[in-house]
Design a protein around this ligand. Sequence first.
Ligand code: SAM
Length: 267
Amino acid sequence: MTKTKHKIIIGDALEKLKEIPSESIDLVFADPPYNMSKKSGLAWKYSKHITMQESWDMFSKDEFFEFNLKWITECLRILKHGGSLWVSGSFHNIYQIGFILQNMNNIKINNSIVWFKPNAQPNITCRFFTESTEHLIWASKNGKGNKWKFNYKLTKDNIFDSLNPKGKQTRNVWSISLTPKSEKWAGVHPTQKPEELLRRIIISCTDFGDTILDPFTGSGTTNVMALKYNRNSIGIEKDKKCLSIIKKRMEKEIKGTLREADMICEE
Ligand SMILES: C[S@@+](CC[C@H](N)C(=O)[O-])C[C@H]1O[C@@H](n2cnc3c(N)ncnc32)[C@H](O)[C@@H]1O
């Protein structure tokens, strides 16, 4: 296996994305702010569950639309033709993301995936159905005669769960539990994604040696999984406190898998 390269950039994605060359990235995975945080959080006296109160996740309506439009435009610029953009979200943001993508030229929405969480946390207010899903949009940039990459055989052999039997076509409902404690050993991040989610995306839409970029990399799940599956990666994150979590996770992955990898951190 060849050595892979990983770059972690600490800074604002809206600025840092501008420094990435056009048409240089094979896959963008974005887990952006959902704009679901509340100024005062709700806690449940029976458990540790609490609603999100993150300052990076609070926007006015207009600010939120402008923010989404800007980062999506930049991500589509840096994608190669035939490259994929995956975006995760909840009902708070996913329709707006879909609306923006539907209005872009040469962009095809290939699927929306429902991520079902069998162990979702209960609804605190008891005034709504219990949210137990997130939604992912998979879109591709199709130009210059290039179409999207889809490793169909691998999706049948390597992506399965209680809803998708092994050897059958994978459906667009994925059953994946909330991020387990065993993946959170390096430090606390409020919205760390499960590694299994990234594994599925990476094996279905990229090959060895491809480059994956995450503009909101948080605890670095995308970079860790890129490293594990021999892809190169770039992660951008505004909060410097995340860097130590990312570094610890990457170093453990390098040791555990004996992968040869270069890692650069830019602040
Ligand atoms: C939903 S979390 C991503 C979590 C990540 N997928 C993981 O598995 O850890 C969004 C992250 O984006 C970061 N963020 C928010 N606004 C940003 C911006 N403008 N530029 C870069 N990072 C930003 C936040 O600090 C947060 O860590």
